[in-house]
Write a protein that binds this ligand. Structure first.
Ligand SMILES: Cc1ncc(COP(=O)(O)O)c(C=O)c1O
Length: 364
């Protein structure tokens, strides 16, 4: 019996989610965030499938170079910018857009030899206190960049929202206001919105929007599921039942004997574990779909397997398909039961899991 633990990447769901982003921000250019291997979906495949977006954002220069070397011609923004003078030359050679988030990057520009002028996005700290120049320094840094002769004009402006996923947070409007104040009198394209900003905060939709999680079908909000937003899951993690056994009342299942059968139970072992990216911290009771029926996880997650109680399911057989998250089972349910977020689950799929791309128009 072949054991299949695989992720299905559904490109028609991706296209659907892009159309939701376009509808929500029809006047903005769309920069798809495809860092961290496109949140675990496969960066090159996703970039290839997103031919109609206006640009891509990644976190590291290495990711951007990989895209250029694969033939991507669109704007590629590197969200951390350059961190050494050598990297400045790479930005120029590969025609990459750089975020300037700290003053030391001005010195790196100075130190770098002569190269083609760079496209720059000046990132302003409006309250997240992660990356971004101080608001009081915006005009000075902007002037210095303009005078450097090393950047293409006009410079663009961006900020990042800390709490856009929470529709009750007052900080989002405050951040947007601070952004507007700090660039008042300066001209250049602007970008504020991640997925939550794009869907939830109309004032955040500027010249460019930068959605990530929503494109993959994850909910950007802290208290809704993706399907509430009409988003479709792009990634489905699947495995199969590799063993079935009856456990008597009072017996235990799994490492540490943390789960005890309250009655005689039919336990299925599924060939997926934390070695594949299924979260080690998933609680007993986390649902999976086995042969289309819901069943709870029992005992601890192992490296290569989990156990589920199929006593209440009809006619479960060795070889039956098990969906861990994705189509039919919101990833947020698993994330909530594992003290994490959908982003981390998506990014955590390991190399040994086969990735199967389902193209637009392919049937099940
Ligand atoms: C600067 C920046 N913009 C946009 C995004 C996309 O965010 P999301 O995946 O929540 O849409 C991220 C993701 O971490 C980011 O760091």
């Amino acid at each position: 019996m072949a054991q299949h633990t695989e992720v299905i990447i559904d490109l028609s769901a991706l296209q659907h989610n892009v159309s939701i982003a376009r509808k929500a921000a029809p006047y903005s250019k769309l920069m798809a965030v495809i860092k961290a291997n496109a949140y675990g979906h496969g960066m090159l495949d996703i970039a290839d499938a997103l031919s109609e977006v206006d640009g891509f954002a990644v976190a590291r220069v290495g990711e951007a170079i990989q895209l250029r070397e694969a033939g991507v011609k669109k704007t590629i923004l590197v969200l951390t910018g350059f961190v050494s003078a050598d990297e400045v030359a790479q930005f120029s050679n590969y025609d990459l857009d750089a975020v300037i988030h700290s003053e030391y990057q001005l010195e790196l520009l100075d130190l770098s030899g002569s190269c083609k002028p760079l496209s720059i996005w000046l990132k302003i700290n409006t309250g997240m206190n992660r990356l971004g120049v101080d608001r009081s320094a915006v005009v000075r840094i902007h002037d210095a960049l303009q005078l450097s002769g090393k950047v293409r004009l006009p410079i663009k402006f961006m900020t990042h929202l800390a709490c856009a996923d929470d529709m009750d947070a007052t900080t989002t409007s405050e951040q947007i206001e601070l952004f507007d104040k700090s660039i008042s009198g300066l001209t250049g394209e602007q970008s504020i919105a991640n997925s939550a900003g794009l869907l939830g905060w109309q004032q955040a939709r500027r010249h460019w929007v930068r959605p990530g999680i929503m494109l993959y079908g994850g909910s950007p909000f802290c208290d809704t599921k993706a399907c509430d937003e009409d988003l479709l899951p792009v990634m489905t993690l699947k495995s199969s039942v590799i063993s079935l056994q009856t456990v008597k009342k009072g017996e235990y299942v799994g490492y540490g004997a943390t789960w005890q059968a309250k009655r005689t139970s039919l336990i299925a072992t599924v060939g997926v574990g934390y070695g594949d990216g299924y979260p080690r911290h998933a609680e007993a009771g986390t649902r999976v779909l086995v042969a289309g029926q819901k069943a709870p996880l029992v005992g601890r997650v192992s490296m290569d397997s989990i156990n589920i109680d199929v006593s209440q399911c009809d006619n479960i057989q060795v070889g039956d398909e098990v969906v861990l998250w994705g189509a039919g089972l919101p990833i947020e349910d698993v994330a909530n039961k594992s003290a994490t977020i959908s982003y981390e689950l998506m990014c955590g799929i390991t190399d040994r899991v086969a990735r199967v791309i389902k193209g637009v128009g392919d049937g099940e």
